[in-house]
Design a protein around this ligand. Structure first.
Ligand SMILES: *Cc1c(COP(=O)(O)O)cnc(C)c1O
Length: 808
């Protein structure tokens, strides 16, 4: 992409500050972390609820970015770059995209619906790219910000666009319509997903249909009610209504297609209802675009499962894999590289990349750009596979080239991949899934999935309760409450958290070894670990005179000065900490030494989750302020004061002081229903169905014949048991799992590695996904039934369960 700034400035009706030397834009960015930010970037400083990209402008200038669209110029930067000042940067981004879109004139397909948008888009892209030069939205970039960013992917050589549009609030679709300007519409499945921002289903539907304002034709499943709302020509498909434009009949893996009095058959690679609907939408679109039936019957059987999101998975030899092995186009390479940068848990970065397709660019220009973007991202090892990419890139530094995936696999050696983050990005025809299989750690069918977006959301929710200057310490003790220590710590470091808290020195050492560099407090520093702690820059909680003396002794041996320590006051929890009578002695020691420095003074509330103990909490707070004042008065330094944990932030934000210590809430679990409503679910424990069987009356299920069968029933066995952390008390019909969104009651005793559930009324097959906890049942529900607290459920999940982290 390129466009010139003067146009943009006049369209935005903006004020400018700077010299603006005839500048051409090559790249639009909203992500301060992207390594693609450079001199050719126009950076839009967006403001979110809890973050403001204006804060990063200074850093971006130091990285060479010169052009910014802002709402204000951050202090001290007036002379340092060029600024386009607007009243709303998000609207400015949308208007710029709208202008950019207007420079092109070729058919664009606009897709909306509740489900299936991304799959239909990806499949159409695959099905149509032999005949067109397609530009499409990357991943599921369909929002108020995602759509504009997608539009900037268009260039002169494209001749068909496929863009998806998703909305959550009223009024949003008309904005997207004006940006995408689709000429052909597709409505995928219309369900109830995301109906919150709307008063009724009908209102929501009408809003969606406004995407099609200027479309001649809309492709959709035959449905009289919806068709009546349309202003356009419907081009419909159906499995039941023979009067639809295209009529389908399913017969095993064959789909009979009847269109315009001709009939033909295609083999479909998926049999489930949702996939069949998406396939029908695609075939109907191809027929509408006059693609021959021969091409349709050739291409449909090759459709593939679409990974909508990028995932970081555990690989062999402590590697992390980012598997993006089904597409390879210039736009999505850039996105994958940004994801790699955010996720890299190791300094060393490797990319395995196939020939690149569908750029719409002349081939030498394309590979020149690909080469540049790889170099800019400082990739340590670039493995290119494919004759074309090899011929263009083989002479660049760090490049190893292979003509085919088979050549690569022949030379593959597991030992050559160690402690690195590997991005695997290839077009489907290169079968990079075979490489993924080799690099992936042996699969366990049970996984704990951690939604990093939800984690970020939860952090932002608590931030919204705090003053902007209040610091945040996040407790990542007990392996991030069972969720995975260093992966979460890494994200928190990105999110600019001030402190991390762990229980034991070992946990802190692990984080340091993984490259975490923000301050870490250790709550139970055992005396024998003091010197290790100093070696790894870990800061102890000091709770007794004995401990302090011992630490000072080691500090002296290690020759450190002003080593940060954290003074813990016992105000009523009666676990660890100084009480009033010891304060004088504490102060005397502190005054005497310059080996340590009090970085913070804190206490812990015993009942912040239960407001019926308000008086007790107030008393704890009072004791805390008295003690901290007494200490501070005698110190030269000004320590950070903190007392609140998660429910403290929720119930007593007035006591936030200089810092809070966030724990369970970050992981999506609050201590009240009201709080839980604001949080998003972070952890989902998943497994699959190993086997399904029928059992007859008089039979029983499991050890001890605890469940007796009365009526003939269907049961499923799931490979997860108490050794994975599922409590036995959750068995014997007390607990349940979710299969295809339905509750399946646990029958009989839970075994060490397995459990059995009732699926008599559930439509499911062996291999189907099973939710052990997540959205339903929630850990909160489970904890209630088991008469415990969510903390215990989360931290009990065994380390043998593989953790998978993802972001949308
Ligand atoms: C665990 C812990 C926290 C966090 O508690 P949550 O209830 O999970 O927010 C805060 N402070 C201390 C001292 C802790 O041990």
């Amino acid at each position: 992409m390129t466009f010139s700034l003067p146009h943009i400035i006049s369209i935005l009706d903006a004020k400018t500050v700077g010299t603006f030397n005839n500048f051409t834009i090559e790249n639009v960015s909203i992500d301060s972390r992207s390594l693609q930010n450079s001199t050719g970037t126009l950076f839009f400083a967006l403001k979110g609820l809890n973050h403001d990209a204006h804060e990063y402008i200074k850093t971006l200038i130091s990285k060479g970015v010169q052009y910014f669209v802002v709402e204000f110029i951050p202090e001290g930067l007036e002379q340092k770059a060029n600024f386009i000042i607007v009243s709303d940067t998000k609207i400015a981004l949308q208007q710029t995209a709208k202008y950019y879109r207007s420079l092109f004139n070729f058919p664009i397909i606009g897709i909306t619906g509740s489900n299936g948008k991304t799959i239909v888009k990806e499949w159409l892209n695959f099905l149509l790219s032999p005949d067109f030069s397609v530009v499409r939205s990357p991943k599921s970039y369909n929002s108020q910000v995602g759509v504009p960013l997608s539009i900037f992917g268009i260039n002169e050589n494209h001749n068909l666009g496929i863009f998806e549009a998703g909305i959550s609030l009223k009024g949003e679709m008309s904005i997207l319509e004006e940006i995408i300007e689709p000429s052909i519409g597709i409505l995928t499945h219309f369900g109830t997903a995301h109906a919150e921002g709307f008063t009724s289903e009908k209102e929501k539907l009408e809003e969606k249909l406004s995407l099609f304002k200027n479309c001649k034709t809309v492709i959709l499943e035959a449905n009289k009610e919806i068709e009546n709302l349309l202003q356009n020509n419907p081009f419909t498909w159906s499995f039941s209504d023979q009067s639809a434009s295209v009529y389908f009949e399913k017969n095993g893996s064959q789909l009979k297609v009847i269109f315009n009095n001709t009939t033909f058959e295609v083999t479909v690679p998926f049999q489930d209802e949702i996939s069949l609907k998406n396939i029908a939408t695609c075939i109907t679109t191809l027929l509408f675009l006059k693609v021959s039936t021969q091409k349709i019957t050739e291409r449909i059987p090759k459709l593939f499962p679409v990974e909508i999101r990028l995932e970081a998975k555990k690989g062999i030899n402590n590697c992390v894999l980012i598997d993006d092995s089904y597409s390879s186009d210039y736009q999505s390479i850039k996105i994958a590289l940004d994801f790699l940068e955010q996720q890299k848990l190791h300094k060393k970065k490797t990319i395995i990349l196939s020939d690149v397709f569908q750029s719409g660019l002349p081939i030498d220009v394309l590979y020149e750009k690909v080469g540049r973007v790889l170099q800019n991202n400082n990739i340590d090892r670039i493995i290119v596979i494919g004759e074309t990419i090899s011929s263009y890139l083989k002479d660049l530094p760090n490049v190893i080239s292979f003509n085919s995936t088979i050549d690569f696999l022949k030379q593959f050696n597991t030992q050559s991949f160690q402690n690195e983050t590997i991005l695997i990005k290839g077009a489907r025809s290169f079968n990079f899934d075979e490489i993924v299989v080799l690099l992936e750690e042996k699969k366990h069918e049970t996984v704990l999935e951690i939604d990093l977006d939800a984690l970020t959301h939860n952090l932002n929710f608590y931030k919204s309760k705090l003053n902007p200057e209040t610091k945040i310490m996040v407790m990542v003790k007990a392996f991030g409450y069972g969720n995975g220590g260093f992966e979460i710590a890494k994200l928190l470091e990105h999110l600019k958290i001030n402190y991390l808290g762990v229980a034991f020195a070992d946990e802190g050492v692990e984080l340091r070894k993984a490259g975490i560099s923000i301050p870490i407090m250790v709550m139970n520093p055992e005396m024998h670990s003091f010197s290790t702690m100093i070696a790894y820059d870990l800061e102890p909680e000091i709770y007794s005179i004995n401990e302090l003396n011992e630490f000072v002794k080691i500090a002296q041996q290690k020759n450190v000065a002003s080593y940060p320590i954290h003074i813990k006051i016992d105000t009523g929890m009666h676990r660890l900490g100084f009480e009033k009578p010891q304060l004088e002695q504490l102060i005397a020691i502190l005054k005497e030494t310059n080996l340590v420095e009090v970085k913070s003074i804190f206490s812990h509330l015993a009942t912040s989750d239960d407001t019926s103990f308000r008086a007790f909490t107030l008393e704890q707070y009072k004791r805390y302020t008295e003690a901290s004042e007494q200490i501070v008065k005698n110190l030269k330094s000004k320590p950070i004061l903190h007392i609140l944990n998660t429910s403290g932030i929720f119930n007593y934000p007035e006591f936030q002081l200089n810092m809070v210590r966030l724990g369970i809430g970050l992981y999506g679990v609050g201590n009240s229903d009201e709080e839980n409503q604001k949080l998003q679910n972070v952890s989902t424990l998943k497994s699959i169905i190993s086997q399904i069987r029928e059992v007859l009356p008089e039979e029983s299920v499991g050890y001890g014949r605890k469940f007796r069968v009365t009526n003939r029933m269907k049961i499923a066995t799931i490979p997860i048991g108490y050794a994975d952390g599922i409590r036995r008390a959750w068995g014997n019909e007390k607990g349940f799992v979710s299969i295809n969104d339905q509750k399946a009651t646990i029958l009989g005793n839970i075994c060490m590695d397995m459990l059995m559930v009732d699926i008599t009324n559930i439509d499911c097959q062996e291999g189907d996904e099973v939710i052990i906890f997540g959205k339903s049942p929630t850990v909160v529900e489970m904890a209630k039934t088991l008469d415990t607290i969510p903390y215990e459920i989360l931290t009990s999940i065994s380390q043998r369960v593989k953790r998978i982290f993802f972001k949308n």
